[in-house]
Design a protein around this ligand. Structure first.
Ligand SMILES: NC(=O)c1ccc[n+]([C@@H]2O[C@H](COP(=O)([O-])OP(=O)(O)OC[C@H]3O[C@@H](n4cnc5c(N)ncnc54)[C@H](OP(=O)(O)O)[C@@H]3O)[C@@H](O)[C@H]2O)c1
Length: 319
């Protein structure tokens, strides 16, 4: 089968399309014939292996141990391992796997959900990591409530476009922060208010929010703190390394002072949340925003585009 792989850290130039053996599913796994995948910043961060602690976390200080990029997947179950009970050949699924940028990939059944029949493989492949991050950031870390004033920073990317829609489905009043060209898109997917960050700095406006989800953080943690109302919660999902360091180190300390809470979090893959997202998809509560589509041979180009940091919604690989 054809699969994208890399054997050195570096720019998207390290990616090669290789002919390799079709994988055999383990006892707890299913073999998926991949119909679509989507790219995440995680893919280019692992490929770059920068900063070095990324290499320490995943192993492979000099050369990558994980050589097959791609986690978000949607496709058709072709075979199942002997312990798999909930899925069978022919099922249409979406979720998280290893090496999604390939003709076939294996995943454990607890990381997959059935794809709603009314949803395309491309739309389903756009969902897993980005929507899961938005859901868990808002619900679990942000304790979102009906009527909450929620601000999503980095609202027009993969995580942000899902965050707007999921926050609306929880009954929140949503403010989206994005650049000029994405203002209309943010409104069209449900944002009640949109702040164009090229014209206005929301951290200086005097407005206060019950919950700020930084899908992409570009301000200091102190600026976000200022924009929180009493008992407000700041949840950091991603952004620059400075913001992530601040969120990890200072977030817990600042949370000890007063009533505002601040944290960085990493989404946890689980079937229950994928099933919930499946229901959201089927009911039209979330409609993936797809910016660009590339063939398998275009993964390098797709990652190059995503790395520029201005994708509008998700970038999908179609097989
Ligand atoms: N913690 C976790 O578990 C987890 C999970 C998934 C992702 N992440 C991280 O979350 C971050 C977001 O992921 P993603 O998939 O949404 O990335 P993405 O799709 O690459 O995000 C791109 C978006 O960022 C926006 N952006 C760029 N500069 C901005 C600024 N100054 N202010 C506001 N928005 C700005 C862009 O909007 P404009 O074009 O309008 O500027 C663009 O739409 C990444 O750092 C990723 O690594 C974390």
């Amino acid at each position: 089968m054809k699969a994208i792989a890399y054997h050195d850290y570096g720019s998207p130039d390290v990616l090669k399309c290789e002919e390799i053996e079709k994988p055999i599913p383990g006892d707890d796994e299913v073999l998926i014939k991949v119909r679509a995948a989507s790219v995440n910043p995680l893919d280019w961060r692992l490929m770059r292996g920068k900063p070095v602690f990324v290499r320490l976390m995943i192993g492979g200080l000099r050369k990558p141990k994980l050589t097959r990029p791609g986690v978000d997947v949607a496709g058709l179950v072709e075979a199942v391992g002997r312990n798999v009970t909930q899925l069978k050949p022919g099922d249409e699924v979406f979720g998280v796997c290893r090496g999604a940028f390939a003709e076939y990939a294996c995943a454990t059944e607890d990381k997959l959900a059935l794809k709603p029949a009314n949803i395309s493989f491309e739309d389903a492949a756009a969902v897993p990591v980005a929507a899961l991050t938005a859901l868990q950031g808002l619900r679990d870390k942000g304790r979102i409530q009906r009527g909450h004033k929620v601000l999503v920073d980095g609202a027009s990317g993969g995580v942000g476009t899902f965050a707007i829609q999921i926050a609306k489905s929880f009954g929140a009043e949503v403010t989206a922060v994005c650049s000029t060209r994405n203002v209309d898109k943010a409104r069209s997917i449900g944002a009640d208010h949109v702040i164009d960050y090229t014209l206005e700095d929301f951290t200086q406006s005097g407005q206060h929010y019950d919950l700020i989800l930084a899908a992409n953080a570009y301000h200091s943690i102190f600026d976000y703190r200022r924009a929180l109302g009493r008992d407000g919660i700041y949840v950091l999902a991603g952004g620059g390394w400075a913001q992530i360091l601040q969120g990890t180190l200072l977030g817990p300390l600042l949370s000890l002072i007063g009533s505002k809470k601040m944290c960085f979090f990493i989404a946890k893959v689980n079937k229950t949340d994928f099933v919930l997202l499946k229901d959201f998809l089927a009911a039209g509560k979330i409609v993936p925003v797809i910016d660009r589509r590339y063939p398998l041979s275009g993964v390098a180009e797709a990652l190059r585009y995503l790395e520029e940091g201005h994708a509008r919604g998700k970038v999908v690989i179609t097989l």
